[in-house]
Design a protein. Structure first.
Length: 363
């Protein structure tokens, strides 16, 4: 939580019946799209609304599902996002939007029926430019449930309010976000050159313009994380790389929590070097004993993760706890490696390939 914008500019409040535009970038989401769309169409709003799907070049039958949904409900509109990247798709959808409030939704998310009405009420009450709530990750398989537990845990993705915050107030960023279109037009839409962390960067510009970004823990969104270890690692490495890029660009504007995973990676590397030097006899005696201090942070991390896995946060059975032991360090180390790559050379053309299939056509 931050004080930025607590006494800032008020965003204009549109009339209550002005309408809402939901925007959703979509790429290879055949397994999730219909439930996500149905949750949007079930929103209890006393105003007209639309859902704009920005379709990337999917190769798993997603487009057919989207066409069927659009054909069965005229509130669903389709636009094309041949570039495939999330911020590009969001901007295409926002530019096509007809209403003064924009709600970002994700094909891996599902909204409670009262989500939008509650968010609009909060927006009006605090006159914020953007409001978001809590991400509640869920899983269908033992692996996905382990990832969900990590998402919902402060040890897994701790720090951001939307991963479990309970106190309402000004925020650094917002999960997904319910945004005033006038403010988006003023500060600019999503930066299409930022492929991950684009929401954080947009909210930074909103706060710099003096507007409030608000966190309301009463707002909850169900999120379905990646279903396999390889996709999870690819996702987190790309996300970490782009965070490294954002640190290069904005420095101290980035919270200290972003530096914990790369510190872990560096600590593991130092411990590995120390072990080699000790085992080969390159360092002996007092020097070898002194060098052993580098094992302490890594050992503390192992104890922490093991404690989480064996406790209630690790799930119920042996299989759940074993997956937790795998998932948590995989997320941290992949993110940390990506971060160090992003710091060293920038994110550049780094793409989150966790959404891609082997035959997905990209430009």
């Amino acid at each position: 939580m931050h004080d930025d914008g607590h006494r800032g500019r008020d965003a204009i409040i549109p009339p209550a019946d002005a309408g809402v535009s939901f925007v959703m970038p979509v790429l290879n989401e055949a397994a999730y799209l219909e439930r996500a769309v149905r949750s949007v169409l079930a929103q209890r709003l006393d105003a007209p609304f639309e859902l704009i799907l920005a379709l990337g070049p999917s190769s798993d039958g997603t487009d057919a599902i989207a066409s069927r949904l659009a054909g069965s409900d005229d509130r669903v509109r389709l636009v094309r996002n041949p570039a495939a990247h999330i911020p590009v798709g969001l901007n295409v959808a926002i530019r096509a939007a007809r209403h003064p409030t924009v709600v970002r939704v994700d094909a891996h998310s599902e909204l409670d029926p009262s989500y939008s009405a509650d968010a609009l009420a909060t927006l009006a009450r605090v006159r914020a430019a953007n409001v978001g709530g809590v991400m509640r990750a869920r899983g269908r398989t033992p692996f996905q449930r382990a990832v969900a537990r990590a998402y919902n845990s402060r040890v897994g993705l701790g720090g951001g309010a939307y991963h479990g915050g309970t106190e309402e107030g000004p925020a650094e960023s917002a999960y997904l976000g319910v945004m005033r279109r006038a403010v988006l037009d003023e500060v600019g839409l999503f930066d299409e050159g930022v492929r991950r962390g684009e929401d954080w960067e947009l909210n930074l510009r909103i706060r710099r313009a003096g507007y409030r970004v608000w966190f309301d823990p009463a707002l909850e969104v169900t999120y379905w994380p990646r279903e396999s270890w390889t996709r999870l690692v690819r996702q987190f490495r790309a996300t970490g790389s782009w965070r490294g890029e954002l640190v290069r660009r904005f420095g101290r504007r980035n919270g200290l929590r972003f530096f914990a995973p790369p510190a872990l990676v560096i600590g593991c590397g130092a411990a590995a070097v120390a072990a080699v030097l000790q085992l080969t006899g390159a360092v002996t005696g007092i020097a070898a004993a002194a060098l052993s201090v580098v094992y302490l942070p890594v050992g503390a991390y192992v104890v922490l993760v093991t404690g989480v896995a064996l406790g209630p946060g690790g799930g119920r059975g042996i299989r759940d706890k074993a997956w937790t032991l795998v998932v948590v360090p995989s997320m941290h180390l992949a993110w940390g490696v990506g971060f160090l790559e992003g710091i060293a050379r920038g994110a550049g053309g780094t793409v989150d390939t966790s959404r891609l299939h082997r035959n997905t056509p990209l430009p």
